[in-house]
Write a protein that binds this ligand. Structure first.
Ligand SMILES: [Fe+2]
Length: 317
Protein backbone atom coordinates (compact mmCIF):
# COMPACT_ATOMS: atom_id res chain seq x y z
CA UNK A 1 0.00 0.00 0.00
CA UNK A 2 1.04 3.59 -0.52
CA UNK A 3 0.94 6.20 2.25
CA UNK A 4 -2.12 7.81 0.64
CA UNK A 5 -3.91 4.44 0.40
CA UNK A 6 -3.27 3.77 4.10
CA UNK A 7 -4.59 7.21 5.01
CA UNK A 8 -7.67 6.90 2.80
CA UNK A 9 -8.45 3.48 4.29
CA UNK A 10 -8.36 5.00 7.79
CA UNK A 11 -10.79 7.76 6.81
CA UNK A 12 -13.07 5.23 5.10
CA UNK A 13 -13.09 2.94 8.17
CA UNK A 14 -13.74 5.97 10.39
CA UNK A 15 -16.77 6.99 8.34
CA UNK A 16 -18.16 3.43 8.29
CA UNK A 17 -18.10 3.21 12.10
CA UNK A 18 -19.05 6.84 12.80
CA UNK A 19 -21.97 7.15 15.26
CA UNK A 20 -23.51 9.74 12.91
CA UNK A 21 -23.78 7.13 10.16
CA UNK A 22 -22.47 7.77 6.64
CA UNK A 23 -25.42 10.10 6.01
CA UNK A 24 -24.66 12.13 9.11
CA UNK A 25 -21.03 12.51 8.05
CA UNK A 26 -22.19 13.67 4.61
CA UNK A 27 -24.48 16.22 6.24
CA UNK A 28 -21.54 17.53 8.29
CA UNK A 29 -19.42 17.96 5.14
CA UNK A 30 -22.33 19.48 3.20
CA UNK A 31 -22.69 22.07 5.97
CA UNK A 32 -19.06 23.07 5.43
CA UNK A 33 -19.58 23.22 1.66
CA UNK A 34 -22.49 25.63 2.14
CA UNK A 35 -20.33 27.90 4.30
CA UNK A 36 -17.52 27.69 1.71
CA UNK A 37 -19.82 28.58 -1.17
CA UNK A 38 -20.97 31.74 0.60
CA UNK A 39 -17.36 32.93 1.06
CA UNK A 40 -15.82 35.68 -1.06
CA UNK A 41 -12.72 34.89 -3.12
CA UNK A 42 -10.28 36.04 -0.44
CA UNK A 43 -11.96 33.87 2.23
CA UNK A 44 -12.02 30.92 -0.16
CA UNK A 45 -8.29 31.26 -0.85
CA UNK A 46 -7.61 31.12 2.90
CA UNK A 47 -9.90 28.11 3.50
CA UNK A 48 -8.43 24.62 3.95
CA UNK A 49 -10.20 22.74 1.15
CA UNK A 50 -9.35 19.41 2.80
CA UNK A 51 -12.16 20.26 5.24
CA UNK A 52 -14.72 19.82 2.43
CA UNK A 53 -13.80 16.16 1.89
CA UNK A 54 -12.29 14.97 5.15
CA UNK A 55 -14.57 14.82 8.21
CA UNK A 56 -11.57 14.11 10.48
CA UNK A 57 -9.26 17.10 10.38
CA UNK A 58 -7.47 15.76 13.47
CA UNK A 59 -5.88 13.12 11.22
CA UNK A 60 -3.42 13.91 8.44
CA UNK A 61 -0.37 12.94 6.43
CA UNK A 62 2.36 15.21 7.79
CA UNK A 63 5.41 14.22 5.81
CA UNK A 64 6.22 12.15 2.77
CA UNK A 65 9.97 12.02 2.23
CA UNK A 66 9.84 8.92 0.08
CA UNK A 67 6.54 7.85 -1.50
CA UNK A 68 7.25 4.13 -1.62
CA UNK A 69 5.38 0.86 -1.12
CA UNK A 70 4.83 0.55 2.65
CA UNK A 71 5.88 -2.80 4.09
CA UNK A 72 6.75 -2.03 7.70
CA UNK A 73 5.31 0.65 9.96
CA UNK A 74 6.00 1.89 13.47
CA UNK A 75 2.84 2.87 15.35
CA UNK A 76 2.40 4.61 18.69
CA UNK A 77 -0.13 6.56 20.73
CA UNK A 78 2.01 9.71 21.00
CA UNK A 79 4.69 10.36 18.44
CA UNK A 80 7.29 13.02 19.05
CA UNK A 81 10.84 13.60 17.88
CA UNK A 82 12.15 10.76 20.04
CA UNK A 83 9.97 8.21 18.21
CA UNK A 84 11.09 9.67 14.89
CA UNK A 85 14.70 9.08 15.97
CA UNK A 86 13.74 5.59 17.12
CA UNK A 87 12.26 4.80 13.70
CA UNK A 88 15.43 6.08 12.04
CA UNK A 89 17.57 4.00 14.39
CA UNK A 90 15.54 0.84 13.66
CA UNK A 91 16.37 1.50 10.03
CA UNK A 92 13.68 -0.44 8.19
CA UNK A 93 10.55 1.58 9.06
CA UNK A 94 8.73 2.85 5.95
CA UNK A 95 6.17 4.96 7.79
CA UNK A 96 5.48 6.18 11.33
CA UNK A 97 1.82 6.43 12.39
CA UNK A 98 0.84 8.30 15.54
CA UNK A 99 -2.57 8.48 17.17
CA UNK A 100 -2.84 11.78 19.04
CA UNK A 101 -2.92 14.86 16.84
CA UNK A 102 0.28 16.65 15.92
CA UNK A 103 0.98 19.43 13.42
CA UNK A 104 -2.11 20.82 11.74
CA UNK A 105 -4.20 17.91 13.11
CA UNK A 106 -3.66 19.34 16.59
CA UNK A 107 -4.67 22.81 15.47
CA UNK A 108 -7.90 21.30 14.06
CA UNK A 109 -8.73 18.97 16.98
CA UNK A 110 -11.81 20.94 18.03
CA UNK A 111 -13.38 20.45 14.58
CA UNK A 112 -14.10 16.76 15.22
CA UNK A 113 -15.86 17.55 18.50
CA UNK A 114 -19.06 18.38 16.61
CA UNK A 115 -19.42 14.61 16.34
CA UNK A 116 -20.17 14.52 20.08
CA UNK A 117 -23.36 16.56 19.54
CA UNK A 118 -24.74 13.81 17.32
CA UNK A 119 -23.58 11.09 19.71
CA UNK A 120 -25.34 12.83 22.62
CA UNK A 121 -28.43 13.30 20.48
CA UNK A 122 -28.32 9.60 19.56
CA UNK A 123 -28.51 8.80 23.29
CA UNK A 124 -31.47 11.12 23.79
CA UNK A 125 -30.02 14.55 24.68
CA UNK A 126 -31.94 17.17 22.67
CA UNK A 127 -29.73 18.42 19.84
CA UNK A 128 -30.15 22.10 20.81
CA UNK A 129 -28.83 21.39 24.32
CA UNK A 130 -25.97 19.21 23.02
CA UNK A 131 -24.96 21.86 20.49
CA UNK A 132 -25.26 24.70 22.98
CA UNK A 133 -23.11 23.05 25.65
CA UNK A 134 -20.61 21.57 23.20
CA UNK A 135 -20.15 24.95 21.48
CA UNK A 136 -18.56 26.38 24.66
CA UNK A 137 -16.29 23.36 25.04
CA UNK A 138 -15.32 23.34 21.34
CA UNK A 139 -14.29 27.00 21.57
CA UNK A 140 -12.31 26.29 24.75
CA UNK A 141 -10.43 23.40 23.08
CA UNK A 142 -9.88 25.50 19.95
CA UNK A 143 -8.20 28.23 22.03
CA UNK A 144 -6.19 25.63 23.95
CA UNK A 145 -4.78 23.97 20.84
CA UNK A 146 -3.73 27.30 19.34
CA UNK A 147 -0.53 27.81 21.33
CA UNK A 148 1.47 24.52 21.24
CA UNK A 149 4.52 24.06 19.05
CA UNK A 150 2.50 22.14 16.46
CA UNK A 151 5.22 21.36 13.94
CA UNK A 152 7.96 20.18 16.32
CA UNK A 153 7.60 16.47 15.52
CA UNK A 154 6.81 17.10 11.85
CA UNK A 155 10.00 19.18 11.50
CA UNK A 156 11.97 16.29 13.00
CA UNK A 157 10.44 13.86 10.53
CA UNK A 158 11.28 16.15 7.61
CA UNK A 159 14.90 16.56 8.75
CA UNK A 160 15.41 12.82 9.11
CA UNK A 161 13.39 11.87 6.03
CA UNK A 162 10.82 9.82 7.95
CA UNK A 163 7.31 9.41 6.48
CA UNK A 164 4.74 10.48 9.07
CA UNK A 165 0.97 10.57 9.58
CA UNK A 166 -1.45 10.55 12.49
CA UNK A 167 -4.86 8.90 12.67
CA UNK A 168 -7.02 10.01 15.59
CA UNK A 169 -10.83 10.10 15.32
CA UNK A 170 -11.14 7.23 12.78
CA UNK A 171 -9.45 4.95 15.35
CA UNK A 172 -11.58 6.34 18.20
CA UNK A 173 -14.69 5.69 16.09
CA UNK A 174 -13.58 2.08 15.63
CA UNK A 175 -13.08 1.68 19.39
CA UNK A 176 -16.43 3.31 20.24
CA UNK A 177 -18.39 1.18 17.76
CA UNK A 178 -16.61 -2.01 18.87
CA UNK A 179 -17.22 -1.29 22.56
CA UNK A 180 -20.86 -0.38 21.98
CA UNK A 181 -21.59 -3.66 20.20
CA UNK A 182 -19.49 -5.65 22.68
CA UNK A 183 -21.21 -4.20 25.76
CA UNK A 184 -24.69 -4.41 24.25
CA UNK A 185 -24.18 -8.07 23.36
CA UNK A 186 -23.27 -8.88 26.99
CA UNK A 187 -26.13 -6.87 28.58
CA UNK A 188 -24.51 -6.15 31.97
CA UNK A 189 -27.04 -5.60 34.77
CA UNK A 190 -24.84 -3.88 37.35
CA UNK A 191 -21.78 -1.63 37.05
CA UNK A 192 -19.51 -4.30 38.51
CA UNK A 193 -20.51 -6.67 35.70
CA UNK A 194 -19.79 -3.95 33.14
CA UNK A 195 -16.24 -3.56 34.48
CA UNK A 196 -15.72 -7.34 34.41
CA UNK A 197 -16.93 -7.49 30.80
CA UNK A 198 -14.44 -4.80 29.77
CA UNK A 199 -11.63 -6.74 31.45
CA UNK A 200 -12.18 -9.57 28.97
CA UNK A 201 -10.65 -7.43 26.21
CA UNK A 202 -6.87 -7.91 25.93
CA UNK A 203 -6.07 -4.19 25.78
CA UNK A 204 -7.77 -3.66 29.17
CA UNK A 205 -6.30 -6.85 30.66
CA UNK A 206 -2.85 -5.58 29.74
CA UNK A 207 -3.64 -2.16 31.22
CA UNK A 208 -4.65 -3.86 34.49
CA UNK A 209 -1.07 -5.13 34.86
CA UNK A 210 0.02 -1.48 34.90
CA UNK A 211 -2.68 -0.46 37.38
CA UNK A 212 -4.79 1.39 34.79
CA UNK A 213 -7.46 -1.19 34.03
CA UNK A 214 -11.18 -0.32 33.82
CA UNK A 215 -12.33 1.49 36.97
CA UNK A 216 -15.51 2.93 38.43
CA UNK A 217 -14.88 6.65 38.88
CA UNK A 218 -18.44 7.51 39.93
CA UNK A 219 -21.01 5.14 41.43
CA UNK A 220 -20.50 1.69 42.91
CA UNK A 221 -20.21 -1.84 41.56
CA UNK A 222 -23.66 -2.80 42.95
CA UNK A 223 -25.42 0.08 41.16
CA UNK A 224 -27.60 -0.94 38.26
CA UNK A 225 -26.28 0.30 34.91
CA UNK A 226 -29.52 1.57 33.39
CA UNK A 227 -28.94 2.89 29.89
CA UNK A 228 -25.23 2.63 29.04
CA UNK A 229 -23.84 5.37 26.80
CA UNK A 230 -20.46 5.79 25.13
CA UNK A 231 -20.48 9.54 24.78
CA UNK A 232 -16.80 10.42 24.89
CA UNK A 233 -14.76 7.53 23.52
CA UNK A 234 -14.75 9.41 20.24
CA UNK A 235 -15.14 13.05 19.23
CA UNK A 236 -11.78 14.62 19.99
CA UNK A 237 -11.67 15.02 23.74
CA UNK A 238 -13.85 15.17 26.85
CA UNK A 239 -17.10 17.14 26.52
CA UNK A 240 -18.59 19.75 28.84
CA UNK A 241 -19.13 18.76 32.51
CA UNK A 242 -22.48 20.56 32.31
CA UNK A 243 -23.72 17.73 30.08
CA UNK A 244 -24.05 15.20 32.90
CA UNK A 245 -27.30 16.70 34.20
CA UNK A 246 -28.70 16.72 30.65
CA UNK A 247 -27.60 13.13 30.08
CA UNK A 248 -29.38 12.08 33.28
CA UNK A 249 -32.52 13.85 32.04
CA UNK A 250 -32.16 11.92 28.78
CA UNK A 251 -32.31 8.66 30.73
CA UNK A 252 -28.61 7.72 30.65
CA UNK A 253 -27.60 5.71 33.72
CA UNK A 254 -23.97 4.83 33.05
CA UNK A 255 -21.22 6.30 30.91
CA UNK A 256 -18.23 4.35 29.65
CA UNK A 257 -15.44 6.78 28.85
CA UNK A 258 -11.72 7.30 28.51
CA UNK A 259 -11.14 10.14 30.96
CA UNK A 260 -12.98 12.28 33.50
CA UNK A 261 -12.05 15.73 34.79
CA UNK A 262 -12.57 16.58 38.48
CA UNK A 263 -15.40 18.94 37.52
CA UNK A 264 -16.92 16.18 35.37
CA UNK A 265 -16.73 13.79 38.33
CA UNK A 266 -18.54 16.30 40.57
CA UNK A 267 -21.26 16.87 38.00
CA UNK A 268 -21.71 13.12 37.36
CA UNK A 269 -22.09 12.51 41.12
CA UNK A 270 -24.73 15.23 41.40
CA UNK A 271 -26.59 13.76 38.41
CA UNK A 272 -26.35 10.20 39.86
CA UNK A 273 -24.72 8.93 36.68
CA UNK A 274 -22.28 6.02 37.04
CA UNK A 275 -19.01 6.58 35.22
CA UNK A 276 -16.78 3.68 34.23
CA UNK A 277 -13.41 4.80 32.90
CA UNK A 278 -12.31 2.02 30.60
CA UNK A 279 -8.85 3.56 30.32
CA UNK A 280 -7.28 6.13 28.04
CA UNK A 281 -4.22 4.60 26.40
CA UNK A 282 -5.85 1.14 26.49
CA UNK A 283 -8.97 2.41 24.68
CA UNK A 284 -6.74 4.26 22.22
CA UNK A 285 -4.86 0.98 21.68
CA UNK A 286 -8.13 -0.86 21.00
CA UNK A 287 -9.11 1.57 18.24
CA UNK A 288 -5.62 1.65 16.73
CA UNK A 289 -5.50 -2.17 16.79
CA UNK A 290 -8.79 -2.46 14.88
CA UNK A 291 -7.31 -0.22 12.17
CA UNK A 292 -3.97 -2.02 12.19
CA UNK A 293 -5.73 -5.35 11.66
CA UNK A 294 -6.83 -4.06 8.25
CA UNK A 295 -3.20 -3.18 7.42
CA UNK A 296 -1.91 -6.50 8.75
CA UNK A 297 -4.34 -8.27 6.41
CA UNK A 298 -2.66 -6.42 3.54
CA UNK A 299 0.69 -7.85 4.62
CA UNK A 300 2.09 -4.80 6.39
CA UNK A 301 4.42 -5.53 9.32
CA UNK A 302 3.76 -3.58 12.50
CA UNK A 303 6.16 -2.41 15.21
CA UNK A 304 4.40 -0.87 18.20
CA UNK A 305 5.82 1.91 20.37
CA UNK A 306 4.78 4.77 22.66
CA UNK A 307 2.17 2.99 24.76
CA UNK A 308 0.42 1.03 22.03
CA UNK A 309 -0.35 -2.50 23.20
CA UNK A 310 -0.76 -4.39 19.96
CA UNK A 311 -3.26 -7.25 19.86
CA UNK A 312 -4.26 -8.65 16.51
CA UNK A 313 -7.79 -9.86 15.90
CA UNK A 314 -7.03 -10.89 12.33
CA UNK A 315 -7.35 -14.60 13.03
CA UNK A 316 -10.52 -14.13 15.12
CA UNK A 317 -12.36 -12.65 12.13
FE1 LIG B 1 -6.43 9.46 23.29
Amino acid sequence: MTIREIYNLAIEMGIKTDFRGEQGVRRFLDGKKKIYEKMDEKEKSEFDRDALENPYLDSAIHNISEDKEIRKIMVGVDIDTSEILLAKQLGDIDLVIGHHPIGKSLASLSDVMHLQCDVLNYYGVPINIAEGLMREKIEEVSRGTNSPNHQKTVDGAKLLGVNLMNIHTPCDNLAARFLKLFIESKKPEIVGDLVEILKRLPEYREAMKLGVGPKIFVGSSENRCGKIALTEITGGTEGSPKLFEKMANAGIGTIVGMHLSEEGKKQAEEAHINVVIAGHISSDSLGINLFLDALEKKGIKIVSCSGLTRFSRVFEQ
